[in-house]
Design a binder for this molecule. Structure first.
Ligand SMILES: NC(=O)c1ccc[n+]([C@@H]2O[C@H](COP(=O)([O-])OP(=O)(O)OC[C@H]3O[C@@H](n4cnc5c(N)ncnc54)[C@H](OP(=O)(O)O)[C@@H]3O)[C@@H](O)[C@H]2O)c1
Length: 140
């Protein structure tokens, strides 16, 4: 990555999957689906952070934004979409753990929810445009 791109100063971990029904239940969700969800939503972001943080440390600057979801917030944790919810809660935990690890190095790590956005994942009914969904990561 360093040879191709130099030291990146910004990483937005946006890639995500939601391969289950909104009314899915823990007891009916296969291990394969849990793994598929975690592979992108947690491990994908973790691998990107692991590759990029050492390069950001070299330039003493970095901004990492992990795109999470309201469904991953502990204070509103409830039933439905279990693999997705737990993967995003884990992503939030990764965010806080890494943020603490790099404190004082010039690298900030945050997660954010874009809200319900009109994308392939969010669907046509979603109230927020793609631009509105992206604004916190881009401006904030
Ligand atoms: N839309 C919403 O209402 C909403 C709400 C809360 C949070 N989010 C979060 O916002 C982020 C973006 O979601 P979205 O709404 O844009 O979803 P989307 O329309 O389904 O798009 C998902 C994107 O992630 C990419 N992706 C998925 N798995 C990948 C992988 N293993 N490697 C590389 N790229 C991969 C897809 O690429 P390909 O097209 O090439 O597969 C696609 O560009 C996700 O993290 C999602 O969980 C969305």
């Amino acid at each position: 990555m360093e040879k191709q791109h130099g030291s990146p100063s910004v990483l937005v971990n946006n890639a995500g999957v939601y391969p289950e029904a909104t009314d899915a239940k823990v007891v009916d969700t296969s291990t394969a689906l849990w793994r598929e969800t975690f592979e992108t939503n947690l491990f994908g972001a973790m691998r990107m952070c692991r590759d990029v943080v050492p390069l950001m440390k070299k330039i003493r600057y970095g901004r990492i934004v992990n795109i999470s979801s309201g469904l991953g917030q502990m204070h509103q944790m409830g039933e439905g979409s279990p693999a997705y919810r737990v993967s995003k809660a884990a992503l939030n935990a990764l965010t806080r753990t890494l943020a603490a690890e790099v404190a004082g190095t010039g690298i900030l790590v945050n997660s954010m929810s874009p809200g319900w956005v009109k994308t392939d994942m969010g669907g046509e009914e979603a109230p927020r445009s793609v631009e509105e969904g992206a604004d916190t990561a881009v401006v904030g």
